[in-house]
Design a protein around this ligand. Structure first.
Ligand code: GAL
Length: 473
């Protein structure tokens, strides 16, 4: 009996001991888990900003880098994944972006011109609204209405603009101008008309045959169309210009006054090509290589946008000695604006918002524009410009009549502008071979008429009137 009791007691003790061991083990496991070093796992991905832009030339690259610095200071944890696609005016990048958007793999943000170019992405349903950034930064108080309208479609903002560039500027070599007495003889280039411009070019060729009167770069075609757009404002004025690029005129009727101006400009381009007024190697050059000809004294004049000022500063060309600039014509300001957006399903929306805030900030705009050759989109930012060109153009922006650029995405439809690149390039190429100019101009005019029709240009701005495109001063 005693023996049995003792046996029961022993087995009870063993059971209790076992239970305690198990409890201790479980407690130990959990306690241990709380302090044990975490098993190695992959760290959470670093937040990124995947951005596309085409600023790779002198001045452009330094300018965007300055905004990246502003962004990095405020967002050190975000890695910038930069995708620069060389090719001025987005000649190459735009196709890349349309491909990414169509395949459902949008970047976080990309460079886009305010106006028609932006509208095409909005119409296609690829972009998110960015009203909240505009509100947070109070941008409506500091961005002029003309530019607001170019960023706003169907009542919403779809982009934040970083700058205002001017497309119509005559860059010239002051030494050559002084030597030939160009301004004494022909007056201030700010007031020249189309005939005077050709007369000056001929005069330069006659008196300095080793210098190209007009610098040109047609490797990417668009600088030729750029010259066309500036000469169209010069010859026809802002209204004819706006009607042409929007297709808001009786374009099937060759007697419409818009055609008279267009034909004069086509003729001018053909004359320039036929009489050798461009540098002969223009089909090989990019826009910045043509600009280089001016400060090097190999060309006398260049009609191009004011990113040329950014380029000249980047190569330390001396204002007043190696380059000078005249708004051309002064009374009109053909504007364009680079902006950034937020595609739908952008992989890192918080990073995009932070980026758009840097783009719209006073600091971002000041640093970018000082280097870029443009003026800030914000009127409350007044950088200390190192060149006398910008204060003049900043003043003109308030006082001259404004119209958006066609070649730089402001007023027209991409498909039509692309057709214009081809038409103008083939006109110039044929004219250079000695073909009859009037025949060429007639053929180009017919091609343009067909292109207006084929690309559906007049439908692009349905619901808008011509007044929307012109800020009269
Ligand atoms: C324009 C752009 C400018 C300038 C230029 C040459 O379309 O708006 O910022 O970079 O192309 O690339």
């Amino acid at each position: 009996m005693l023996l049995r009791k003792a046996a029961v007691k022993t087995s009870t003790i063993i059971i209790i001991a076992l239970v305690l061991v198990v409890i201790a083990a479980i407690a130990g496991y959990y306690a241990g888990a709380a302090v044990a070093p975490a098993a190695p796992t992959t760290p959470p991905p670093k937040p990124q900003l995947i951005i596309y832009h085409w600023w790779t030339a002198g001045g452009e690259k330094e300018a965007i880098d300055a905004v990246f610095d502003v962004f990095k200071k405020a967002n050190p944890e975000i890695e910038i994944v930069e995708n620069p696609v060389a090719g001025g005016a987005g000649a190459v990048m735009k196709a890349v972006i349309w491909g990414l958007l169509a395949s459902g793999t949008p970047p976080d943000t990309f460079q886009v011109h305010a106006g028609g170019e932006l509208k095409e992405y909005v119409d296609a349903g690829y972009l998110d609204v960015v009203d909240s950034v505009w509100e947070e930064l109070g941008l409506e108080d500091v961005i002029p209405e003309t530019l607001q309208a170019m960023c706003k479609f169907e009542g919403h903002y779809y982009a934040v603009p970083i700058n205002v560039h001017r497309s119509n500027v005559l860059w010239y070599n002051p030494k050559i101008f002084n030597e030939l007495g160009i301004i004494d003889k022909f007056g201030d280039p700010r007031t020249w008309d189309l005939d005077t411009f050709i007369e000056v070019a001929r005069y330069i060729k006659e008196n300095k045959p080793d210098v190209a009167p007009i610098a040109m770069a047609s490797r990417n075609k668009w600088p030729l169309t750029h010259l066309f757009e500036v000469l169209l404002v010069l010859r026809g004025g802002p209204e004819v210009y706006a009607k042409f690029w929007t297709g808001m005129f009786d374009y099937k009727n060759s007697a419409d006054p818009v055609w008279a101006a267009v034909k004069d400009v086509l003729k001018a381009l053909a004359i320039m090509a036929q009489e050798g007024l461009f540098n002969a190697n223009h089909p090989e050059l990019t826009w910045d290589q043509a600009a280089a000809l001016v400060y090097q004294g190999k060309a006398a004049m260049y009609v191009h946008g004011d990113w040329v000022a950014g380029y000249f500063m980047s190569v330390e060309a001396k204002y007043g000695e190696e380059w000078s600039a005249a708004p051309f014509p002064k009374a009109v300001f053909i504007l364009l604006s680079d902006s950034f957006n937020m595609p739908k399903n952008a992989p890192h929306p918080d990073a995009v918002k932070a980026w758009l805030k840097a783009v719209g900030s006073s600091e971002g705009q000041e640093k970018f524009n000082l280097i870029k050759g443009s003026i800030p989109a914000r009127v409350d930012v007044a950088p200390a410009y190192p060149d006398p060109y910008r204060p003049e153009t900043a003043d003109d922006f308030k006082k001259s009549t404004l119209v958006p650029s066609a070649v730089h995405g402001g007023i027209s439809k991409e498909a039509f502008v692309t057709e214009m690149h081809n038409i103008v390039t083939s006109l110039v190429t044929s004219a250079a071979t000695g073909a009859d100019i009037d025949t060429l101009v007639d053929a180009s005019t017919t091609q343009i008429m067909q292109a207006i029709d084929r690309t559906g240009l007049p439908d692009f701005w349905k619901g808008y009137t011509i007044d929307y495109f012109i800020t009269k001063r």
